[in-house]
Design a protein around this ligand. Structure first.
Ligand code: SF4
Length: 335
């Protein structure tokens, strides 16, 4: 990340937050530009997402309005009725060809909201109001970014971990593809945090998950987290179809469990490629040559996905691979 964020835009009202000072200290050579409202930069029309991706700017802002959202059952844990997500950061330093953020935002600049304390207070309110009190509130902290990948220079996680540790009735999921390990030995593990690693075969990583660590590095980081006593979920999502997908994913599952001890894994989630159809149309315009579009795909109710019959057989085959290592109750496919 050393060469990224040569320019940092700072909202007037964000200037005095301690997190702003902390982040600015980590980018001493960046050019600082004061702005009135992050939306004027981030939501400007006619931005070039992929060109910006090569040299993104950082925007420090104060989040107003909604601070927590009820999660869609399409994207996550339908077993938990108290599923919520929030967006402490918008956008990601990685560049996955299938990423929904390309469809969601015009800009690939990274926005960090420096009033994290307000986001935490909103979570506390929802914990108290959750509908099913027999289960914790499940909060996805990082669908719009990869907080662990940012952590060395944009350190938000420690505060969220402390917050989760002190919050009864909260399970906080941190999704990542990162290979950062340092945090696991520096902070005491807590059962209220679930680190959720998206892992893919190396051929998929090389083809689609640009700028991300390879599988070996991710597995090594996962092992560090497990050894320090953290809970780890594995996400094999999206499954990408190709004529030899069975061979690719069969070998991949073998490699994963020759490195990780299956007993130590919290659970595994997987799901074939799918995307909101509006985002998909934008993605097609951005990356018309991507092999993502070589997969057989069909239109459903506002979703583009692998056709149902093929999805069914992919899910069955993956369940078969995974059940060689894990009990069925630890394996969930996206429905
Ligand atoms: S790691 Fe996740 S959020 Fe980041 S670019 Fe890839 S798919 Fe998008």
């Amino acid at each position: 990340m050393a060469n990224r964020f040569a320019h940092i835009y700072i909202e007037e009202q964000a200037r005095e937050y301690p997190l702003t000072r902390k982040i600015l200290a980590n980018f001493p050579n960046a050019i600082q530009i004061e702005i009135k409202n992050y939306r004027h930069i981030f939501h400007r029309a006619n931005q070039q997402f992929l060109i910006q991706k090569q040299n993104p700017s950082l925007i420090l802002a104060v989040k107003l309005g909604a601070l927590i959202y009820q999660g869609s059952q399409e994207c996550q844990d339908y077993r938990n009725p108290n599923f919520y997500y929030n967006t402490p950061v918008l956008n990601c330093i990685y560049d996955c060809e299938y990423c929904f953020l390309q469809g969601k935002y015009q800009s690939s600049n990274l926005v960090v909201f420096v009033n994290q304390i307000d986001l935490m207070e909103a979570v506390s309110t929802e914990i108290d109001r959750r509908s099913d009190r027999s289960q914790p509130l499940l909060l996805a902290l990082s669908y719009d970014t990869d907080l662990l990948a940012l952590d060395n220079r944009i350190p938000l996680l420690e505060d969220w971990i402390s917050f989760a540790h002190c919050s009864n009735g909260l399970l906080l999921e941190v999704r990542t593809k990162s290979s950062v390990k340092s945090i696991f030995s520096q902070i005491k593990p807590t059962k209220n945090i679930l680190f959720s690693w998206t892992i893919s075969p190396d051929t998929i990583i090389a083809q689609y998950e640009h700028l991300t660590p390879d599988l070996g590095k991710r597995l090594s980081a996962i092992n560090s987290a497990l050894q320090e006593g953290w809970q780890v979920r594995l996400c094999i999502d999206p499954l990408i179809y190709s004529s030899d997908w069975l061979k690719i994913y069969g070998k991949f599952v073998e490699k994963v469990f020759s490195t990780l001890s299956p007993e130590s894994i919290y659970d595994v989630q997987y799901g074939p490629f799918r995307m909101n159809d509006t985002f998909y149309k934008r993605l097609r315009k951005l990356r018309p040559e991507s092999k993502i579009f070589k997969q057989p795909l069909s239109q459903g109710d506002k979703v583009i996905s692998i056709p149902i019959e093929l999805q069914k057989s992919m899910k069955e085959e993956m369940a078969g691979f995974l059940e060689n290592y894990l009990p069925a109750w630890k394996i969930t496919s996206w429905n």
